[in-house]
Write a protein of this length. Structure first.
Length: 395
């Protein structure tokens, strides 16, 4: 079977001739803003005389893109099948999730690549496990590299779905939370009913620590619990400066009697892992109170927002039932209640099903100093995508 190779290409874009003409008919002079984040166009030259007029804009109203240049550079090639340490020759490596974080805290972003397996029918295989791959940026050679000793210490995973990196300010260690959903039944034949398919049993989540000084990898013990972590939201919820984890599960463990949980418990419910004083985490089950639903919507994505009033909200993307993005305000340590929602647009409806909110971000995308909710909606057959930009204010 062909080996899966990961090629990392660094692409740099530069746009030229964005600005229109100056009032006197001359071309504006392009420079870079003081913070290096956007282009500035000035009319009247760079002289400091008060008699000259200077016009500055980052987005000229009459701007036209005249030329677009793309620069690409090779920065690494990796055999994911070999690095994932899955020895079955009948399956290939598949990387369903990749995230970036400065793992070794050297000022450069690194990559965490989650791996699973697929057979020739593009189906995830039961009881096949793979290691994630950490790619470290080497600024001397300007490429990504693998630390084999680090790889040896990483855990085997089933189907990593979500990854989050953070730094514990008290220990200086890098924390990498990898949410594992277990067997994924995409591309399986559901025509005879899910009871005739391999059981979805979920998997154990992992919290890995990395010491930048010693390059040592260890694990923080999480509750022995198998679940289907479809979404992961993070924030310091208890005020101790350490990242807490809101683990948002889809109810996909339908036949637990067919599962071997290896002495662990299992859950279809969502919960929060609050950091404690002993360096570990305490699990608190959470109740999500939706309005108008007898059945909880299936959660596919989520973020935590702490607003200017210090109120905490979960912004949750969902699919049938629910097919909306919801804001839920925290009432207590284990309870959130819906305050508002926005439904998926009708254009994303296919085969009688609404679109799924596959990703939710909270970021200042237009550089106006205020963060927006960015929601990505996919059709149920994953052949189309729609992006919503939503203002969020007081729930």
């Amino acid at each position: 079977m062909k080996k899966l190779l990961l090629l990392l290409i660094l692409s740099l874009f530069s746009a030229q001739s964005f600005a229109g003409s100056c009032p006197d008919g001359s071309d504006p002079v392009k420079s870079i803003s003081a913070d290096g984040t956007y282009f500035v166009y000035k009319c009247g030259g760079s002289a400091t005389s008060s008699s000259e007029t200077t016009q500055t804009t980052s987005t000229p109203a009459k701007a036209k893109v005249v030329e677009l240049e793309m620069f690409s550079r090779f920065v690494g090639q990796f055999d994911m099948k070999k690095l994932s340490e899955n020895s079955n020759p009948n399956v290939s490596a598949f990387s369903p999730i990749t995230d970036k974080f400065d793992i070794n805290q050297d000022g450069h972003d690194d990559f965490i690549v989650g791996n699973t397996t697929l057979n020739t029918d593009q189906r995830n295989q039961p009881n096949e496990f793979s290691k994630p791959v950490l790619l470290f940026w080497d600024n001397n050679i300007k490429e990504y590299v693998v630390d084999i000793e680090v790889q040896k210490a990483l855990p085997l995973l089933y189907f990593p779905r979500r990854i989050h990196g953070s730094i514990n300010p008290k220990t200086g260690l890098t924390h990498l939370f990898i949410a594992d959903t277990g067997l994924d039944l995409a591309n399986y034949d559901f025509s005879k009913g899910s009871a005739n398919l391999p059981p979805n049993c979920g998997a154990q989540n992992h919290l890995i620590t990395y010491d930048p000084s010693s390059k040592k990898v260890t694990k923080i013990q999480l509750p022995k619990l198998w679940d289907y972590t479809h979404a992961l939201a993070t924030a310091d919820l208890n005020g101790d400066q350490i990242t807490d984890y809101v683990v948002l599960n889809s109810p996909y463990i339908k036949y637990p009697q067919k599962c071997l949980f290896n002495g662990a418990d299992y859950t279809n419910g969502s919960y929060i892992l609050y950091s404690n004083k002993n360096g570990g985490f305490d699990k608190v089950n959470i109740e999500l109170n939706y309005k108008g639903y007898s059945k909880t919507p299936t959660i596919t994505s989520g973020v935590v927002i702490v607003d200017d009033n210090n109120d905490t909200f979960l912004i949750l993307g969902s699919e049938d039932p629910g097919d909306s993005i919801y804001a839920l305000k925290q009432d207590s340590k284990g309870s959130f209640t819906e305050t508002s929602k926005v439904s998926a647009p009708a254009i994303m409806r296919t085969n009688g099903k609404s679109g799924a909110y596959s990703e939710v971000l909270y970021a200042d995308v237009n550089a106006d100093g205020t963060k927006e909710v960015v929601a990505s909606i996919a059709t149920t057959d994953w052949e189309g995508r729609y992006i919503q930009l939503l203002d969020f204010n007081n729930g």
